[in-house]
Design a protein around this ligand. Structure first.
Ligand code: UD1
Length: 339
């Protein structure tokens, strides 16, 4: 039987590469589009090593309408798109807002235009819990009001959610969509053939932790311990990247089945909040490696605490994470050691 073709923009990136593997293993034919601005060819080789097959990979910027049209034409029967391709560094977005709006919003506009031209009906979009801002009530459900974004990056996610919703609701729309709001993705594929490849000094917690453990960084600075949380450090919902990747497969299948509303939103998290200190302790337990860390000043723009209510994603999407924090951190460490 012919596999159903799904275009994966940003398919060579951290989350995208794991989604490509899970899509193929679930019986789909993933087709990668990536401009390699924040990813490397080596992750495509890692994917192919894991799967033991070649995966189509087009080196283009998906904001380039002509190039994207050529790929839609060449690939023919695309049934859906998972749109990962975007810039994602909060701090950088404050420095370069135009680049973020241009890339994140611009590429979505181009993608939706080309999807409509070619009659490709299904879209899964990478959104983020950043759309909740600093929430008044925890955990956050999909009905928790979105707050003004605290960075241009966060604003691009809100704007993209709104654009997709408007496009789906247009009377002549041929597109249906699922918006996945990711909490904090961590870890790597069990094979350690793909994982996170931060450019330069990592901004995110777990790659900084593993690089510190590996001796690449001298110490981890924990950004503040006087927040209104049990141990004073920030609380997040750390979701294993393979679990997160599987949520995309479930979302694609739901769209293909025609289930649910024309546009739906789901949180993708574990439903569990862990503090930065708990992550450090869990890493030490999982790996037996002692981590050098100090407490520093709070980082500007950090949300004190956020974690997901996963009732809707469990009950309606039928998705649940299975990987513990320790196992997620152990996979991140195994990946770091292979780098
Ligand atoms: C944020 C956004 C998320 C976005 C991601 C992209 C929110 C709630 N989350 O994640 O939507 O996709 O950036 O990068 O806006 N920490 C340290 N020391 C470090 C690094 C991090 O203590 O060296 C702490 C942070 O203060 C935070 C936690 O670790 O409490 C996680 O930080 P990080 O991995 O950067 O993710 P978020 O800021 O939660």
């Amino acid at each position: 039987m012919e596999r159903t073709k799904i275009l994966v923009t940003g398919g060579a990136g951290y989350i995208g590469s794991h989604a490509v593997v899970e899509l193929y293993e679930a019986g789909f034919q993933p087709v990668i589009v990536d401009d390699f601005s924040n990813s490397q060819e080596s992750s495509v080789r890692g994917i192919e090593d894991i799967l033991g097959v070649r995966v189509a990979c087009h080196h283009i910027d998906c904001g380039d309408a002509e190039a994207l049209r050529a790929i839609f034409a060449e690939e023919g029967s695309l049934r859906g798109v998972i749109h990962f391709a975007a810039f994602k560094a909060v701090g950088e977005s404050v420095q370069k807002p135009l680049a973020y709006y241009q890339n994140n919003v611009g590429s979505l506009l181009t993608l939706l235009t080309v999807m409509q031209e070619f009659g490709v009906p299904h879209l899964v979009f990478s959104s983020s819990c950043t759309v909740y801002g600093v929430p008044d009530v925890l955990p956050v459900t999909e009905l928790t009001p979105r707050k003004p974004a605290n960075s241009p990056y966060g604003n691009t996610k809100k704007i993209c959610e709104d654009i997709i919703t408007d496009v789906v609701h247009a009377p002549a729309s041929t597109v249906r969509a699922i918006l996945l709001r990711y909490f904090n993705p961590i870890g790597a594929h069990a094979s350690a053939k793909i994982g996170e490849l931060p450019l330069g000094v990592p901004q995110n917690l777990v790659p900084f932790v593993t690089q510190t453990a590996a001796g690449i960084r001298e110490k981890l600075t924990i950004y503040g311990n006087t927040y209104d949380t049990p141990d004073g450090t920030n609380i997040r919902d750390y979701v294993h990247v393979v679990d997160l990747a599987k949520a995309h497969v479930t979302a694609v299948q739901r769209l293909l089945d025609g289930a649910g509303e024309a546009v739906e939103t789901f949180n993708v998290g574990t439903g569990r909040g862990n503090s930065v200190l708990e992550v450090v302790q869990a890493f030490e337990r999982a790996t037996g490696v002692k981590l050098n860390y100090v407490i520093g000043e709070p980082r500007a723009g950090d949300v004190p605490a956020i974690y997901a209510d996963v009732t809707k994603s469990v009950q309606e999407l039928g998705f649940q994470t299975t990987t513990s924090l320790e196992d997620s951190l152990a996979s991140a460490w195994k990946w770091q050691q292979t780098l």
